[in-house]
Design a protein. Structure first.
Length: 275
């Protein structure tokens, strides 16, 4: 009876102690269990390392004003005001870069033809803070660019479609826009090549009575130009899988041809030796 009273008093004393210290009042062996639990906690945390991110594929951007061939610029801009283009300001030319051109060609009594071209590049690095690779971040920006083009204010006859043979994903968006009494035909082509997004805008209008340009013709020119821009930014991302397969087939044909030529030469040498 005396022993039971002492044990009850001990339990009541522990009940009055703050929760953080209760473990110290428990029976023998509880402290060892607590120590074991504490030592196991860091191991449990170490078992869940932060996910590693693959580094971004492309580390720099091209000079945006030099990505088009002279012939391409002449085709898109019949009479440019500045052949070199106007480079946009940027705090980091390897993160974003832009260049634009415009052209106004007089056709006498038939008015004039106006053309505007601009190309922009956006590059993303893998970012641990948001747990996203450069490619994933570029995918998100690519989708936003396409949506922005489709949602252009006051645009009419908005259409869109896929562009084949360039980058990992490519979309064209066309629409009409009326400004100051003139009918403009706008083409936007957005391409993602791994961690880089290229956005090309090309529009035209017939001013002062000039004929309104054909949208399909402008789009063909825009698609040709954007492929050159992607090639400059991501040299190995501007071909479709079909194009690459064709190139490989051509290489194999050349190898086979060279092998056949060698076999023919060896055969001829063998005959000459026997004779």
């Amino acid at each position: 009876m005396h022993r039971s009273s002492k044990r009850l008093a001990s339990i009541l004393a522990c009940a009055a102690v703050p929760v953080m210290l209760v473990a110290g009042c428990s029976e023998s062996g509880s402290k060892d269990a607590a120590d074991a639990s504490d030592s196991a906690a860091p191991a449990s945390s170490a078992a869940k390392p932060s996910p590693s991110l693959a580094p971004a594929k492309y580390a720099k951007l091209p000079d945006p004003c030099t990505v088009f061939a002279n012939g391409t610029l002449k085709q898109l801009l019949p009479k440019p005001k500045n052949d070199a283009g106007e480079k946009g300001k940027t705090s980091d030319p390897n993160a974003s870069a832009t260049c634009s051109w415009y052209s106004s060609k007089s056709e006498g009594v038939d008015g004039s033809q106006f053309r505007w071209l601009d190309v922009s590049f956006k590059r993303y690095d893998s970012e641990a803070a948001v747990n996203a690779t450069g490619e994933k971040r570029a995918e998100q920006f690519y989708a936003k660019q396409v949506d922005l083009a489709k949602a252009t204010k006051d645009a009419t006859k908005v259409k869109s479609g896929a562009v084949d043979g360039v980058g990992d994903a490519a979309t064209w968006v066309t629409y009409n826009l009326k400004s100051k009494g003139n009918d403009y035909r706008n083409q936007t082509v957005v391409v993602r090549a791994d961690n880089i997004v290229v956005t090309l805008n090309y529009n035209g209008a017939g001013l002062a009575g000039g004929d309104t340009p054909d949208s399909s013709d402008l789009l063909k020119d825009a698609e040709k130009a954007v492929k050159e821009a992607v090639e400059a930014a991501a040299p190995d991302a501007s071909q479709s899988a079909t194009g690459k397969a064709t190139d490989e087939a051509k290489k194999d044909d050349k190898k086979d041809g060279a092998s056949d030529a060698k076999d023919g030469k060896d055969s001829k040498d063998s005959k000459d030796a026997k004779s």
